[in-house]
Design a protein. Structure first.
Length: 212
């Protein structure tokens, strides 16, 4: 049985990626939620997370004797046992891998200005140049996937790793009321309506800030 270590569902965008992929693949796994030491502040949970994760970060996956850390490595590990984690069509798979890799270290303005939170946030009043650049690239990327592979998901008819990687962006667009095209909005509405996402968001909304 796989064990996936994650943090608070309201806050942890990295945790959401492998979690939603496993749910969408129908893979059974044991979920362990380790809450952040200081709610809403990053970088304070190292000692706590270091007990189960070599980097002191979540997510981290235990597969028997094997320990896999980092969301992308976890999704690649899952894909070895469940090839449906990537599109079967080669050009869709190449695109999905590239878009996923682009997401992994990128979009800093979006991440820093619109931190993950499943609750509606104060809408962004001023979209600065850096955030506008991130948003324009996201729209360009999503539209290219949706148009090239005919949807309804980013790389074709099934939900794959590339959708999992961008689901936290869908939450940010919705919760900070960021402008995107109608085509992108249709993908956002669809992924946020998935029963697994509804479950994640319900759990996130039940979480309380222990410091509040
Ligand atoms: N590149 C890593 C990033 C993981 C990461 O930054 N995780 C955050 C949670 S979303 C974390 O564990 N933070 C620990 C802390 O805030 O102390 C991945 O893809 O898994």
């Amino acid at each position: 049985m796989l064990t996936l270590y994650i943090a608070n569902k309201n806050l942890s965008s990295w945790s959401l990626r492998p979690w939603i992929l496993l749910k969408m693949l129908g893979t059974p796994f044991h979920e362990v939620v380790e809450t952040f030491t200081t709610y809403g502040k990053s970088g304070n949970s190292y000692e706590k997370f270091k007990k189960f994760s070599p980097t002191g970060l979540v997510p981290c996956l235990q597969d028997g004797e094997l320990l896999v850390w980092d969301s992308l490595a976890i999704c690649e590990h899952i894909a070895e046992a469940y090839p449906a984690a990537w599109p079967q069509n080669k050009s869709a798979r190449v695109w999905a891998r590239s878009a996923t890799a682009e997401m992994h270290p990128g979009f800093h303005a979006l991440r820093s200005q619109c931190p993950m939170n499943c609750r509606p946030q104060t809408p962004i009043q001023h979209i600065d140049e850096a955030l506008a650049k991130d948003l324009a690239r996201i729209v360009e990327l999503w539209e290219s996937g949706l148009q090239s592979f005919s949807g309804p998901f980013l790389a074709g008819r099934r939900f794959t790793t590339v959708d999992a990687f961008f689901v936290p962006v869908a939450l940010r667009v919705r919760n900070y009321k960021l402008p995107v095209s109608d085509l992108c909005q249709a993908w956002i509405d669809q992924v946020l309506a998935l029963p697994a996402m509804q479950k994640w968001m319900e759990a996130a909304l039940r979480e309380v800030d222990p410091q509040a």
